[in-house]
Design a protein around this ligand. Structure first.
Ligand code: PPS
Length: 290
């Protein structure tokens, strides 16, 4: 394995890599958050469709109205380990919470709900690379290359930890009645269906809303890549300077970044880590195994 000459910088807390701008005490308190009945968590490995799902849920909760200008989705549906347990505990009911925690770390309550969104690791690492390069204050990696980031990702030495550990543990829970397991690719292929699934999972007050075709159409329109991309600078100033957060929104952008060797190495790891799990069938169009 190649030792990358340049790596992103992180704060290290009890072995976890944390973006440098996140207060350690918030991360620490997040580990002790007591999930409540009625809490709904959006759980993802970074860059797998979190923000998209946050906006869909926000709109479901607001009858199809898009997030108003000036509001920050990450305060409306906050990132637990960034903002702290206290912040989340003070949210009005029902609480919607974003987390990148692994299954083991995610606060559990049998009456809380968990929406897990998975994305194929090839596109995930590309998106994660641009994220890490763009948020200079968090990672100090502005001059970093894809090659360098790839080495860190494949070893699991990034915030978010090991991609496969994260996915495997949540995939195992996908049949639990309080877990909805979605993929980014599924959301891209049929966003309307994904919105309905999310609404049905959240409960009758949400599924009844999407039975109103107008509300569903509004959510569909405002959650499109084009709309979210156009509006991103109006919602929040917390964006990296040159690399837009809502960047490309494609399935298969990895083809523009991977060398043949990187492709073979990630594929090998994918096959080894997901053998006999069914995960190999999640992305028949993005990952050709064998
Ligand atoms: S984070 O930092 O973990 O919260 O990032 P996350 O939101 O999970 O992932 C960001 C990627 O999701 C893409 N995105 C979308 N794709 C399609 N449609 C919509 N509406 C949408 N919104 C966000 C975003 O562009 C990032 O992917 P890449 O591949 O970098 O474009």
């Amino acid at each position: 394995m190649i030792e990358p000459q340049q790596k992103p910088r992180y704060k290290i807390y009890q072995g976890f890599r944390i973006p440098m701008g996140f207060p350690v005490e918030h991360f620490e308190s997040a580990l002790n958050y007591q999930a409540q009945p009625g809490d709904a968590f959006i759980v993802t490995y970074p860059k797998c469709g979190t923000t998209w799902t946050q906006h869909i849920i926000w709109m479901l909760h607001h009858n199809g109205q898009p997030l108003p200008v000036g509001k920050d989705i990450n305060l409306e549906i906050p990132h637990l380990e960034e903002v702290s347990a206290e912040f989340v505990a003070n949210l009005p009911d029902p609480r919607f919470i974003k987390t990148h925690f692994s299954y083991e770390l995610t606060p559990f309550h049998p009456e809380a709900k968990y929406i897990y969104v998975a994305r194929n690791p090839f596109d995930c690492v590309v998106s994660f690379y641009y994220h890490t390069k763009g948020f200079v204050k968090h990672y100090d990696f502005a001059a970093g290359t894809f090659e360098q980031f790839f080495e860190c990702f494949i070893r699991g030495e990034v915030d978010g930890g090991d991609y496969f550990d994260h996915l495997l543990a949540w995939y195992d829970r996908k049949a639990d009645k309080n877990v909805l397991f979605l993929t980014y690719e599924q959301m891209k292929a049929n966003t309307r269906q994904a919105i309905i699934e999310i609404a049905d999972f959240l409960g009758p007050e949400y599924s009844s809303k999407v039975k109103d075709g107008e509300i569903l159409d509004r959510i569909l329109h405002h959650s499109s890549f084009e709309q979210m991309s156009q509006n991103q600078s109006r919602w929040s100033s917390k964006r990296p300077a040159d690399i837009p957060f809502i960047r490309k929104g494609q399935v298969g952008d990895w083809q523009n970044h991977f060398s043949e060797t990187q492709k073979a190495r990630l594929l090998k790891k994918f096959i080894a880590r997901t053998a006999e799990t069914g995960i190999g069938q999640l992305w028949p169009d993005s990952i050709q195994i064998g």
